[in-house]
Design a protein around this ligand. Sequence first.
Ligand SMILES: CC(C)(COP(=O)(O)OP(=O)(O)OC[C@H]1O[C@@H](n2cnc3c(N)ncnc32)[C@H](O)[C@@H]1OP(=O)(O)O)[C@@H](O)C(=O)NCCC(=O)NCCS
Length: 436
Amino acid sequence: MADHDLNSNSLPENQAPNADGNSASENESDVSIDSLAKQVQESLSLAKRHKFWETQPVGQFKDLGDSSLPEGPIEPASPLSEVKQEPYNLPSPYEWITCDMESTEMCTEVYNLLSNNYVEDDENMFRFNYSKEFLHWALCPPGHYKSWHIGVRVKSSKKLVAFITGVPARLRVRDSIVQMAEINFLCVHKKLRTKRLAPVMIKEVTRRVHLEDIWQAAYTAGVVLPTPISTCQYWHRSLNPKKLIDVGFSRLGARMTMSRTIKLYKLPESTVTPGFRKMELRDVPAVTRLLRNYLMQFLVAPDLDETDVEHWLLPKEDVVDSFLVECPETHKITDFCSFYTLPSSILGNANHSILKAAYSYYNVSTKTPLLQLINDALIVAKQKDYDVFNALDVMQNESFLKELKFGPGDGKLHYYLYNYRLKHVLRPSELGLVLL
Ligand SMILES: CC(C)(COP(=O)(O)OP(=O)(O)OC[C@H]1O[C@@H](n2cnc3c(N)ncnc32)[C@H](O)[C@@H]1OP(=O)(O)O)[C@@H](O)C(=O)NCCC(=O)NCCS
């Protein structure tokens, strides 16, 4: 599947699972030599790069593998009186604004900036199209700070040209619960790129996070920066293979016809697990218990309470979908699965303008095998007309990806912590965190 990851900066691979569910690629060796060359090139020039990130309290490349360095905060918290009180300077045509994401007008402005300027795949065929409802959900969780929703406007025209956000989260790193900011939606208008505005945005959000006495952050990026705590991969499960092929998201596998491909990805009309149903408000306590218990096994995971679960996991139309298995006899909640909705704009296709994608979120299996649970999630996503179901190789996802006919995407997603060092790079399966 030549699946175009919107978080990647590498070339697509021609990897359509064939009828055996294996990857078939005629130019696999070329691709791997290319990517190896790229990696070598990258690592050779790494030392000279990152003029900004080298100045920040993040793991530095030179310290990779140095296990004498302690785990935990890189710099101690400062007294609040020592935090810079004024915003960082912007070039004079621009001004800072705090975005009120509860206002529909502001949400629309942010939506317009992102839908025209946010993440694209390397070939500029697709661009993330987070909905306004999604943005409101992602940015206004319990305890959010309005001051962490930061925009930059052109003073004269008032046009919004840059954006960055944080939301508060408690993350557990091994045994420590750490208050953090989850940083997301960094975006600079296409016409203002490569002018070093991004470092100013990052410093300003950091300052505002510090003002709330929070000193750590978590973020993900498709680009390599100093230094990933883990590097994950997106996998894609075709639900509407014809459309995916028509729009260039995936390619017909070697020796495959369209009708064989459609047959390969066909799913049952309805879910198979007895007691499988949509999550409701009354399920929040049981789901919280299930999830908290499940997430304990990962080295880095969110520390979720009932308020968090209600916000992040209670179904919200076209934003987040959650299902659980209630044992028909005991009425015990035994399993849980969820996905969020993140469509992409299809750029320059005459027949289709939107790719409807579901992204695997948090899943817990205690009784229903994970494979069967996710297969039911695929069935629901198909019923709801999603074109593709995406999943990272985090948590226990590796155990179902190949078997459920997901194909690997073409890029990586790197996870980062700000001002927190880990002794070792984590395997994706040690990560219990999904950022939006
Ligand atoms: C990401 C984006 C804001 C960077 O802006 P830019 O104009 O390209 O880059 P600037 O000249 O302002 O800044 C470059 C610095 O920002 C860093 N940077 C670039 N992308 C970054 C990211 N996603 N996260 C953190 N830092 C990033 C660069 O590494 C560089 O710092 P360095 O010299 O220490 O390496 C811009 O390219 C953009 O809006 N892209 C589309 C949306 C996107 O990809 N957002 C990030 C999602 S994770």
